[in-house]
Each structure stands twice: as C-alpha cells, then as structure tokens.
Design a protein around this ligand. Structure first.
Ligand SMILES: [Zn+2]
Ligand SMILES: [Zn+2]
Length: 304
C-alpha cells in the first residue's frame, strides 16, 4: 500500500504546523505552536514527537518556529532550513547541532520524498516555499508571501495538493482597530501576506487539471473568516469553469482531518504501513553554517 498523507495540525497567523507522512518518513513543515501543543495535536493521530524525523522551516517568524526549541533540544529532531534562517534561529538554540542546511532553490531527498525549495517574497531573512514530490503526487506549501513571482507559480503548478495563504480580507484589515497603520502597511506590502483576492488570483494562475485539493491557510484571526476566504477563491475558480478542485478551510485551533494522497505503488515501499521509528534522514547536501558568508544565490532546480 502506498501512502502519502498530509495533516494540517493547525494553520493561521498565530501558528502553523503540518505533518507529512509516507511509509518511510514523517516530517513536520514548520513548528509554529508550543512543543506541548504540537505534541497534543500529534497525540490525536496516535503519534508522539519521537515519531518525527525532521522539521522543515519556511522562515523564522514566531508563528512558524515557536515550538522549535522543544522539538530540537528535547527531542533532537533534525532541523532543515537555509543558512540565513538557521543563523536567525541559533540564538534560541545555542546548543543544538543537528542543522541540515539547504540552499534555497535546491531539491532535497528525504527518504521517499523529494522536496523542491524556492524563494518567496516575504519580510524574513530567506523565506521559502516547498513542494513535496512522491510518485505522481506533489504537495505544495505557499504561505507568507506578498505576491506570487513567476518562479513561485512555475514551482507550485506541479501540485496535486496545495496549501495556499489567504491571510486577510482587505476591508476587515483596513477597519481593524488593533493594528497600527505601519503594521497594516507591512501586511499589505509586496513582502507581506496574500489577501483573499490575491489568493484567488494566485489560485487561478496555478490551477491545473492535476490540482485536486486546495487548503486555504494562514488566515488572520482578526481580519479574515474561513467562509469569506473560501467564498472569494471558490467564486474565482467557478468563473474560470474550474469544478474539480476541492477547497478546504483550515483552522488555528484544531487540525484538519488527515488527507491521504495516493501515489503510484512504490516497489521499494514496505507494505506494513508506517514504521514506528524510521531510519535517520540524510540530506543530499550538507552545508556547514558560517556566519560571515554572504547569502548564496544558488538555484539548482530540478525539472518538475
Ligand atoms: Zn506566518
Ligand atoms: Zn512570516
């Protein structure tokens, strides 16, 4: 049996963490809840942090790394990120050693998964998006970006499942009384976050016959509503005559149901389901972190 399972443990502007599972590996994308919260949400799936073999970090903002000290220090979970992100996280992880660094633009092999990494425009050190490939399936992560560059669209068009940011409703954000003007400007800027309308436009650019599931993620608690985001994106796709994509709401406070994506049967895959403890992951390229180096602009992109 071939498994490729995606579970959003929670998504929103106050915390993001997703579990990706195959028969050979279980990894998290971001760790934006407390270690305790992540453990509790994994427990709902019958898992513990000891079952996790790596955590990939999109960028260093707290809604993506809040639980990282617990995952790294207490559970010794390897951390996969680029060098600038690692450097910004190290002050909170002075003793942690198991950094698995990649250069944004490279592809990583994690057991039976290949992960494409690509840069996104956001106000962080070196923020990136991911596409996880297994067989003919591809799960894309596209949150925390001000707009979709041509490269971003090109990378995530391979997705059969896409987690796409729909951060705010522009009207609700403008009317919000909690956020000062400067913060609102930051959110609306080209290195900020996608509004519902912008998400709909990106979805329209990205949608292919292959895309089957679209999760609308990273919603602002104050300046958006799941129903509103869904309605804006849905009507845009309907206008285009797209009816084959299932849109999923996501939530800050609770996980989505696991989504099982079936890829073609992998001959090397054991048929027993998930191992209790998988083999250690080895990144294809390990780059020793050096603070003084300039940011490498290396793009070793694999053809999709
Ligand atoms: Zn975020
Ligand atoms: Zn961010």
């Amino acid at each position: 049996m071939s498994f490729f399972r995606v579970t959003l443990l929670g998504s929103g502007s106050n915390g993001n963490c997703t579990l990706i599972e195959t028969p050979k590996v279980r990894i998290l994308v971001d760790a934006g809840f407390s270690g305790k919260q992540i453990a509790e949400r994994l427990a709902g799936l019958g898992l513990t942090l000891a079952d996790i073999q790596g955590v990939l970090i999109t960028h260093e903002h707290s809604d993506h790394v809040m639980g990282l000290p617990v995952l790294a220090n207490r559970w010794n979970i390897p951390v996969y990120c680029n060098r600038l992100t690692a450097e910004s996280l190290k002050p909170d992880l002075p003793k942690f050693k198991d950094w698995r660094l990649f250069r944004t633009g490279e592809s990583l092999d994690l057991e039976d998964l290949t992960v494409d990494t690509f840069p996104i425009p956001h106000d962080a050190y070196d923020p990136c998006g991911f596409v996880f490939h297994r067989g003919s399936e591809a799960v894309g992560f596209l949150t925390d970006l001000g707009y979709a560059t041509k490269l971003v669209v090109e990378r995530v068009r391979a997705s059969t499942v896409l987690i796409l940011e729909a951060n705010h409703d522009v009207g609700l954000l403008r009317a919000d009384t909690k956020r000062p003007w400067g913060v609102k400007q930051r959110i609306l800027a080209r290195h900020g976050h996608l509004s519902n309308e912008a998400a709909a436009t990106v979805a329209a650019q990205i949608v292919t016959d292959r895309l089957r599931h679209l999760f609308l993620g990273h919603l602002s608690e104050d300046c958006n509503r799941p129903e509103l985001a869904e309605q804006v994106v849905k009507s845009k796709l309907e206008q285009m005559g797209v009816a084959h994509v299932q849109i999923h709401k996501t939530f800050q406070g609770n996980p989505n149901s696991p989504l099982e994506v079936e890829g073609p049967l992998d001959k090397e895959t054991p048929e027993k389901g998930f191992p209790a403890e998988g083999p250690a992951l080895a990144p294809r390229d390990y780059v020793s972190p050096k603070v003084s180096e300039p940011s490498p602009a290396v793009f070793v992109l694999r053809a999709a």
